[in-house]
Design a protein around this ligand. Sequence first.
Ligand SMILES: [Zn+2]
Length: 87
Amino acid sequence: MTSNISQAYPYSSESEVERAAAIAAAVAAHEDLDASLAAETLPLDAADRWWTYHHAGCGGTLHVAGYARDRHAVVVACDRCGKTALR
Ligand SMILES: [Zn+2]
């Protein structure tokens, strides 16, 4: 049952190293993503753990990419489809 719970749970977390690697891989795989993140985000403060979110639209994982420019949200990017969203 443990595996069913982890599959159904929509949120997880990752280390800063994992987050940075996931965003770098997403940017490498989706050529428009780098420009959209540059336009939409401010640099993150240092942190050890970041939330990740399940992207129901494609089954990928949304990783924190930066703060939204108004700082009221974070911008997340999907490692599978390359879409961005606010969380
Ligand atoms: Zn996606």
